[in-house]
Design a protein around this ligand. Structure first.
Ligand code: IPM
Ligand code: MN
Length: 349
């Protein structure tokens, strides 16, 4: 007797809608996943600025433990309205986003960019592999004699051989499976950051030696900013440290057609726990509730989640639908809303 093909899922997905436009774009992402035929069992978690303002809690340990048991985490955006002083700057960033990245060992932040026709970077299609648990984000440093005329602030960049190597390996393996030009560019500032640069460069060269079919390049981060604006179509995979990656991916989003299109996956490729998927953009309180938030970044992030869950055909269909919709939206003045874009993507599947 022939076996029925297994119905996909259900996957246990922890959903953190968050603040501002976060819940709106996540709703469209879930709509599209459902339309793609992948079954999810979602659990919603109330985390973000609203929760903090109500209860003073950012990420209770019990909630973090529940998240560890999920198959994946889908996050919209967290953050207070700009100008609000009720949530001190950094509380949610470090206490929620970075804590999840560190505690769940989400050591790769993968950010793909496919430029819209007409964007500054038109024709570009590349991915940035950002190291996601080390660098200046690790929290090394401190203040001495704070508030005195002789105060000292240090903020170190932590770079371990283990952390750099696993990130660089991921970049090379990605270049091999992406079906692009099979090229990896290391971006750093080795001429000035001699210690961390040395570790990154040597590790990069050693890993490259094990991937002879992948071509390689190196750029200083300042030069990479020019390249991103002028010749982004030449990139395939870019690998870089945590802070350079943060800055470069905002720039990449802007030149590729807008941050509303920029997706990301915070990956634990070793699969010792769930990975987290979120658009690069923030909570955009100024347009919350107006239907003007573009859900394409969140939907593409959900496609990355499907890929990570092993639902590759569904992931590919959703990504293709997102890119087709992105192309159509960039070439027309047709009015749209958050929900109509989600419907349109679902309709293309
Ligand atoms: C990002 C964000 C975060 C970062 C902030 C909110 C901590 O800018 O995901 O790019 O710096 O990584
Ligand atoms: Mn950022």
């Amino acid at each position: 007797m022939s076996e029925q093909p297994k119905a996909p899922g259900p996957y246990a997905v922890a959903v953190i809608g968050g603040d501002g436009i976060g819940p709106e774009v996540v709703a469209e992402a879930l709509k599209v996943v459902e339309a793609a035929g992948v079954k999810l069992e979602t659990t919603s978690y109330d985390l973000g600025a609203d929760r903090y303002l109500r209860t003073g809690e950012v990420l209770p340990d019990a909630v973090l433990d529940e998240l560890r048991g999920a198959d994946a985490i889908l996050l919209g955006a967290v953050g207070p309205a700009i100008g609000s002083t009720a949530v001190p700057s950094g509380v949610l960033e470090r206490g929620l986003l970075l804590r999840m990245r560190f505690e769940l060992d989400l050591y790769v932040n993968l950010r793909p960019f496919t430029a819209s026709p007409g964007a500054i970077a038109a024709g570009a299609d590349f991915a940035v592999v950002r190291e996601n648990t080390e660098g200046p984000y690790a929290g090394e440093g401190g203040l001495l004699r704070r508030g005195t005329p002789h105060e000292v602030a240090t903020q170190g960049s932590v770079n371990t051989r283990f952390g750099v190597e696993r990130c660089v390996r991921f970049a090379f393996e990605l270049a091999e499976r992406r079906g692009g030009r099979r090229d990896v560019t290391l971006v750093h500032k080795t001429n000035v950051l001699t210690y961390s640069g040395d570790l990154w460069k040597r590790t990069f060269e050693e890993v490259a030696a094990g991937h002879p079919s992948v071509t390689t390049g190196y750029q200083h981060v300042d030069a990479a900013c020019i390249f991103l604006v002028e010749r982004a179509a030449e990139y395939d995979v870019v690998v870089t440290d945590n802070l350079f990656g943060d800055i470069l991916t905002d720039l990449a989003g802007a030149v590729a057609g807008g941050i509303g299109l920029a997706a990301s996956a915070n990956l634990n490729p070793a699969r010792t726990g769930p990975s987290l998927f979120e658009p690069v953009h923030g909570a955009a309180h100024d347009i919350a509730g107006t239907g003007r938030a573009n859900p394409l970044a969140a939907i593409r992030s959900a496609a990355m989640m499907l890929e990570h869950l092993g639902e590759t055909p569904a992931a590919d269909r959703v990504t293709r639908a997102v890119l087709a919709e992105q192309t159509e939206m960039s070439g027309s003045n047709r009015p749209w809303s958050t929900a109509s874009v989600g419907d349109a993507v679902a309709g293309r599947l």
